[in-house]
Design a protein around this ligand. Structure first.
Ligand SMILES: [Zn+2]
Ligand SMILES: [Zn+2]
Length: 298
């Protein structure tokens, strides 16, 4: 890895063609691919143990999702309303996913992680609900940092399941900086391969939806005049930080064209060193990673 970040000029405007404004990736497939990518990136990584733990959590989400799906009745689908994370946190169905995930995670946990999983198991229902509500409201300071990723994973699964039972919002002409389905911040933006080759979608940190945004404009303020691309290794890096001189923020762009297995949560988590470089240049992170939640309120 080079010491000096490499810059690349703004890519040319993509051609206009038909696209889906919102995508809802199939959850079991998504979690499984995320776990596989995290394990692939973990080998030899300085955060190897944590990337492997994140992979186990994603795999536990896949397991909890499989069990939850069987309980969703046709009635609950037809009665579905818009996705409100705070309301879902209050309803507390997500606590069941947490127990299913703990069943998966506890037997194989390392001695460093076991005390955290035991603490989660021992939490009262009320304490769990309070923590879930705090996360939904981005009051990160009030939830233990060691426990937050597990709580978020279970809560996120419930919001993701809800997002897949409601009618999609009508596409707005304004491309949104936050998720049009649940209102949460993106993890990163993803440049697609295959049939959507070259299209950019932002990936939601909570409900796992993806929403389209044209390339070569700031995902936060929509300005196109002062974008820069920061990356390590080469100008063809899989992960680049797209920084905006107008609002002084950045969001990573992750390219499946350059790495077919790339996945938003995994590739963002494995490149936190790029966040250090972007913040050293004065840019603020707009992305939110479920496995690197902030320790301060948003
Ligand atoms: Zn969302
Ligand atoms: Zn901007």
């Amino acid at each position: 890895m080079n010491e000096v970040p490499v810059r690349r000029s703004v890519p040319s405007e993509e051609s206009t063609r038909h696209f889906d404004p919102i995508l809802l990736p199939e959850l079991h497939e998504l979690y499984t691919a995320r776990a596989a990518r995290l394990r692939e990136l973990a080998t030899g990584h300085e955060l190897e143990a944590y990337l492997r733990l994140a992979a186990d959590v994603a795999q536990a989400q896949a397991q909890a999702q499989a069990q939850a799906q069987a309980t969703v009745s046709p009635e609950s689908r037809s009665n579905a309303v818009a996705v409100d994370p705070v309301e879902i946190a209050r309803q507390g169905t997500w606590v069941t996913h947490l127990d299913t995930m703990l069943d998966q995670l506890i037997p194989g946990a390392s001695p460093a992680i076991t005390p955290h999983l035991d603490a989660l198991r021992a939490m009262s229902t009320q304490a769990r609900l309070d923590a879930g509500l705090a996360l939904a409201q981005h009051q990160f300071h009030s939830v233990s940092q060691a426990l937050a990723p597990f709580l978020w994973a279970a809560f996120s699964l419930d919001v993701a399941l809800a997002a897949r039972t409601v009618p999609l919002p009508v596409a707005s002409s304004e491309e949104s900086p936050s998720c049009p389905v649940c209102g949460s911040a993106p993890v990163a933006s993803l440049i697609y391969k295959g049939t959507r080759q070259g299209l950019r979608y932002l990936h939601c940190s909570l409900c796992e939806s993806q929403w389209h945004m044209v390339r070569a404009k700031c995902t936060n303020c929509a300005d196109a005049g002062d974008l820069d691309y920061l990356s390590f290794d080469s100008t063809e890096a899989v992960v680049r930080a797209e920084s905006c001189g107008h609002c002084h923020s950045y969001l990573k762009v992750i390219s499946q064209e350059r790495e077919p297995n790339a996945e938003s949560v995994a590739d963002d988590l494995a490149t936190l060193v790029l966040d250090d470089a972007a913040s050293a240049e004065g840019y603020g992170r707009t992305g939110l990673n479920p496995f690197a939640l902030p320790d301060q309120d948003l």
